[in-house]
Ligand binder design. Structure first.
Ligand code: FPP
Length: 249
């Protein structure tokens, strides 16, 4: 993405200087979207992929540097086995199908979450996608898969405790920066804006640490219907917020 392109495509009522650096999204409502149309739930997930692709392209066009999408939570294993299997296969198929286009569009892919328990063919496709796009300089696209914030925080605690135990760091070395460096999102700015579709007002174990001062935008729209215009509205709302980070202006 070039700066010129983002200047051309950004809606005139959005302030280029106040575009969030990092947008996170909870893509909720796929099942309801399908049910409302008399389709099986998996059709909603399929449609959800199209909405995610459009959002990624839109973020790129409008100068957003990082997009993080919640694709599968540590709790989602509790869904019916056929839905879980469908989602795993969908992730793998989409990754394989879209990789060349991601390369053309300079997208850098990172999967966040405990990937070790995913099907091995999906793990291989994930590693391949991350390696292949590692040097891309465009938008950073994070896909949270088997992600749970509590699990991520515990994982960081274990890693840090091991460093202390092995005398590689001292207790006093533990600070916010060191802690963040052990989260799956290490090296990334924290989200400025989290969008949740389908009207639910909770974080659902997503980016609990990272969202300490992130703005939350909830829309009634079901995920497969979330489009550029809806995103535009979310950004307009975000740009009205007075972000004080606990201080006074
Ligand atoms: C939540 O809607 C959605 C999910 C658990 C799956 C989201 C996954 C995608 C959109 C596919 C993304 C693909 C890639 C390759 C990253 P829900 O099923 O909970 O909807 P409901 O609340 O209406 O039942």
């Amino acid at each position: 993405m070039s700066v010129k392109q983002s200047l051309i495509e950004l809606p005139l009522d959005l302030d280029q200087q106040r575009i969030p650096a990092h947008v996170a999204v909870i893509m909720d409502g796929n099942g309801r979207w399908a049910k409302n149309r008399g389709f099986p739930r998996i059709i909603g997930h399929q449609k959800g992929v199209d909405a995610l692709k459009d959002l990624l392209r839109c973020c790129d066009d409008w100068g957003i540097k990082v997009l993080t999408a919640y694709a599968f939570s540590t709790e989602n294993w509790g869904r019916p086995a056929h839905e879980v299997e469908f989602l795993m296969t969908l992730f793998e198929r989409v990754l394989r199908r879209e990789l060349e286009e991601m390369m053309t569009e300079n997208v850098k892919i990172r999967f966040i979450g405990d990937l070790t328990v995913l099907p091995s063919s999906l793990q291989a496709q994930i590693s391949h996608s991350m390696e292949k796009t590692a040097n891309n300089k465009g938008i950073q696209f994070n896909i949270a898969t088997n992600y749970g914030s509590r699990q991520e925080i515990l994982h960081a605690c274990h890693a840090i405790a091991s460093l202390v135990k092995d005398n590689q760091i001292q207790l006093d070395d533990i600070n916010e920066e060191l802690f963040e460096n052990h989260l799956y999102t290490n090296g990334l700015v924290n989200p400025d804006l989290l969008i949740r579709t389908s009207g639910e007002m909770r974080l659902s174990n997503f980016l609990l640490w990272q969202m300490a001062y992130g703005e939350i935008y909830v829309t009634q729209t079901l995920w497969p219907d979330f489009n550029r215009e809806q995103f535009h509205q979310a950004l307009l709302d975000y740009q009205m917020r007075d972000r004080r980070f606990g201080k006074l202006n």
